[in-house]
Ligand binder design. Sequence first.
Ligand code: FAD
Ligand code: NAD
Length: 484
Amino acid sequence: MTDKFDVIVIGSGPAGYVAAIRAAQLGLNTACIEKWKDKEGKGVNGGTCLQVGCIPSKALLDTSYKYHEAKESLGSHGIGIKNIDINVPDMIARKDKVVKQMCGGIAGLFTANKVTSLYGTGKLLAGRKVQFVDHKGEEKILEAENVILASGSTPVNIPVAPIDGDVIVDSTGALEFHEIPERLGVIGAGVIGLELGSVWGRLGSKVVCLEAMDSFLAMMDQTIAKESKKILGKQGLDIRLSCRVTGSEVVEKKGKKEVVVTYTDQDGKEGKETFDKLIVCVGRRPFTDGLLAEDSGVKLDERGSIYVNDLCSTSAPGVWAIGDVVRGPMLAHKGSEEGVMVAERIAGQKPVVNYDIIPNVIYTHPEIAAVGKTEEQLKADGEEYNVGTFPFLAIGRAVAADEAEGMVKMIADAKTDRILGCHIVGPSAADLVQQVAIAMEFGSTAEDIGMTVFGHPTFSEAVKEAALAVGGHAIHMPNRKKRR
Ligand code: FAD
Ligand code: NAD
C-alpha cells in the first residue's frame, strides 16, 4: 500500500514539528513520523527538546532555584522560612507533568493544522520514498514531493566513562535522579554540565565539574565567561579546567554504588575523585542511525551531520534536513527557524535564516546569554570595534531585587556603530539579549539603543547603559576611554 503526501517530515523535535505545522499552514498535505515512546510506551511528539532537553531541564532548574532561594537568599529580604524541604520524587513528577502538557500541545497543534501524525520509524529510500514501520512492526511505503529530515542528535559517549544508566549517566539520566547525590561528578563544564550541575548543586550536592579545555565556555565572550565562572564558583560549583579524565570504576561500598574517577590535571598530576553519581555531558552528535537507505542519495559531512547548503537542501533532490542533524549550533530555536524556512521554500516562498543572529542562553542563575560575535572572534577577524560594558550593580532594579551580579557587554562596529554582538551574565539575561537580537535584526547601531527610552527601573536599563558606554557616555557609571 502506498500513501502519498506533499511533505513527509521525519522527526518531531522543535525542528521537525515546526516544519510540519508551517507546511500544513501553507496548504501542503503533510505527515510527520516520530519514533519516540513516552514512559507509558505510547508514541509522543516533541523530540529531545520536550522529552529530555530544554523543557524538563528548565522545569528542574526552576524548582531547584525556588528551593535554593527560599533556603538561602530570602533571608536578606527579611523573610524567614523554617523547615524547608524538597521532595525529589515530587519534583521529578512535576517535571514529567510539564513535559506531558507540552507534548499534548503539539498533538493538539498537529490536529488543528491537519498534520498526519505517524508513530513509528521512518527511513529515507531512493526517489523521495519513505519506509515507515509503526510501533507494532507493520510496514508501509510512503511517497512525497518533499522529505524533511529532522532526526536530531544524541549524547556523545566516551570510553573512559561508559554510561551504565545508574551511577554513570548522560543528561537524560540526570533528569531522573530520585534522590540528591551527596557527591556529584560532571564530565564537561559546558551548557548541560552547568545547568544540571546547578540543579543538583542547589539541592545540596557537592558538584565537581571536570573540563578538558583550558578555558571556561570557550565559545562565549571571555569577559562574560570569566565573570560567570566567578559567580558560579561562589555558588559552590567546583569547575576544574584542563582536566583529562583517564578512567572510571563503579565500586560497591557498604551496599551502595559509587564511582571512582581518575584524571590528569593541568600540571599533568594524577587526580582521583569519588562520586555517588557521574554525569557525562561532553557534547552531542547528529543522529542518523537507521535513517538513510544506502541509495537515498543523501550525503553526510566529515562530522557525521547531514550535508546541507545554506537553504537546508541535501545532496538528494527534494530532500531537506534541519535542526541538530545538520551543521550549526545545536539549539531548538535554530532548528525551528530552519523548519519554517524549508516549509516556506517548498511552498515557493524565498525566506532565509539569519545565522549571524542566533541567541544562545545558559540557564544558570544568573543566566548567561549571547548573540552575535564575541570580542575574541572580532579580534581574530581583524575587525575594528568598540566595546561598552555595564554592571548590574549600578542598576537600581537589580539592587532592589538582590540580583546585582554580572554585566552587559555590547560590541559595535568602530566605523558604522552597528551592533555586532551582545554578551550578558545577569538577571533575565535570556530576555535581555533577545532585545538586542531584535535590534541587530533591524541593523541598529549602539546609539539607536542608547537613544531608545527604557522603562525605569528595569534590568534592561543595563542594555541601554552598555550601549551608551560604547560611545563613552554611560550615565550611571564613570566612562572609560573608548577602547578596542
Ligand atoms: P530532536 O529534538 O533531537 O528531535 C529529533 C526527533 O527525531 C526525536 O524525537 C527522534 O525520536 C526522532 N527520530 C530520529 N530518527 C528517527 C526516525 N528514523 N524515524 C522517526 N523518528 C526519528 N536547546 C535550546 O535551544 N535551549 C535549551 O534550553 C536547551 N536545553 C537542552 C537541555 C538538554 C538536557 C539537552 C539534552 C538539550 C537541550 N537543548 C536546548 C538542545 C535542544 O534540545 C536541541 O537543539 C533540539 O531538541 C534539536 O531539535 P531537533 O528537532 O533537531 O532534534
Ligand atoms: P557542550 O559542547 O556545551 O559542552 C561540552 C563540554 O565538554 C565542553 O566544554 C568540552 O570542552 C567538554 N569536553 C569534551 N570532551 C571532554 C572530555 N573527554 N573530558 C572533559 N571535558 C570534555 O555540550 P553539552 O553540554 O553536552 O550540550 C550539548 C549541546 O546541547 C550543546 O552544545 C547545546 O547546543 C545543547 N544544549 C543547549 C542548552 C541551552 O541552550 N540552554 C542546554 C543544554 C544543551
